[in-house]
Design a protein around this ligand. Structure first.
Ligand code: GRF
Length: 201
């Protein structure tokens, strides 16, 4: 399966996918990276791996809807079977969802439905939870509300700050994402309401 990764940040999830996708039987290939952030570390990760990379900046468009359509057009150029959003910090609009809905996999650094949004790690820490984690889910029209594919728990340690906790989560998160992208690419994904099933081939 052809995968286009959307990333806005460091790109460690992207790097993990690029590390894994050469394995025989992995079933998915990252064919391109698309970002909204010209300073994203993910751009360097893509270049180092020789992967096509496109920057679609919101500032270059008169409206969010036009940016959204441009983003969809850009992803479509690469004939994506699946879109993986890994640290992409923009909401995908109706245009993008109409085109790729049901095939957009997101990873979030908290146990949804707890702590959705752009500061899931900070919010969990501030709340004082003892266990947090990460969630791989399909994107729907809400903010981190799509049906859940997989989750993993990560303990909060005494003395944690946002970055130490986020790093601990990311270690688990990239493994969960790499694992489930392969399962989805090699198996059959079915969604029944909120229930997602991935049936091995
Ligand atoms: C990940 O934890 C992702 O879940 C969150 O932002 C982080 C992105 O990390 N939205 P990276 O850019 O993949 O290193």
């Amino acid at each position: 399966a052809r995968v286009v990764v959307l990333a806005s940040g460091a790109g460690s999830n992207l790097a993990a996918l690029l590390e894994a996708h050469d394995a025989p039987g992995y079933g998915a290939r990252v064919v391109a990276v698309v970002t909204d952030n010209p300073a994203a570390g993910a751009i360097n990760v893509a270049h180092d791996a020789g992967i096509a990379c496109a920057v679609v900046k919101t500032a270059d468009f008169d409206s969010r809807a036009e940016w959204d359509m441009a983003l969809a057009e850009t992803v479509a150029v690469f004939n994506a079977d699946y879109v993986v959003s890994a640290g992409f910090m923009r909401l995908l609009g109706a245009g993008f969802l109409a085109r790729f809905g049901g095939r957009i996999i997101n990873t979030h650094p908290a146990l949804l439905p707890a702590f959705p949004g752009a500061h899931g790690v900070r919010d969990a820490l501030a709340y004082g939870v003892r266990i947090t984690g990460c969630t791989v889910h399909l994107i729907d029209e809400g903010i981190d509300t799509g049906p859940i594919i997989a989750q993993a728990a990560v303990p909060v340690e005494p003395g944690d700050d946002e970055s130490t906790l986020h790093e601990r989560i990311k270690t688990v998160e990239r493994q969960l994402l790499v694992d489930w992208v392969s399962r989805i690419a090699t198996g059959t994904l079915t969604v029944d309401g909120r229930r997602v099933t991935v049936t091995p081939a």
